[in-house]
Design a binder for this molecule. Structure first.
Ligand SMILES: Cc1cc2nc3c(=O)[nH]c(=O)nc-3n(C[C@H](O)[C@H](O)[C@H](O)COP(=O)(O)O)c2cc1C
Length: 139
């Protein structure tokens, strides 16, 4: 199967708490590493945005699983494409928490400088997450 990158956005639920995020990271890194899935996860108090790169069958199966996870809701597929190379190859799940510099980055990609993943689709979703690579806090 081809190498693909999938990007989605979602809204966090009350189940998305500090402890849950830590569990999620440990579990996800282990699972993703086994499947050679790489990616980045950005979140704030309201929203999540995640890119997943890997074999199409593995990425599709993972997205199906993630889409039923009660820690978030209202998933929207923002971009899905075959790729020549990975952009997030350094991380099985790179984490970008809310950061001060996000304002500077958001104003490049949005009209009002506010983060709402449902408005970031296609190339914009990809470029936005690439611009967050330098902000990954843990690998
Ligand atoms: C925002 C979000 C992102 C997630 N990302 C991943 C991921 O990259 N890899 C992964 O294995 N699970 C991820 N999960 C967790 C899965 O939904 C699921 O709980 C986990 O894969 C364990 O599934 P299992 O019990 O069937 O092994 C994510 C969950 C949420 C809410």
């Amino acid at each position: 199967m081809p190498l693909v990158r999938l990007i989605y956005g979602s809204s966090v639920t009350e189940k998305f708490t500090g402890d849950e995020i830590r569990n999620l990271l440990v579990e996800s890194r282990k699972n993703n590493a086994k499947k050679n899935i790489t990616g980045i996860l950005w979140f704030n108090r309201n929203y999540v945005m995640q890119a997943l790169e890997g074999d199409a069958a593995d990425v599709n199966a993972l997205y199906l699983k993630i889409s039923t996870d009660a820690r978030h809701k209202s998933l929207m597929l923002l971009d899905y494409r075959p790729i020549n190379k990975r952009e997030f190859s350094r991380w099985s799940m790179g984490l970008v928490p809310e950061i001060k510099r996000i304002k500077e980055i958001l104003i490049i990609y949005t009209a009002k400088g506010e983060f709402n993943p449902y408005t970031l689709v296609g190339d914009i979703a990809t470029d936005f997450l690439i611009s967050l690579r330098e902000e990954v806090v843990s690998e």
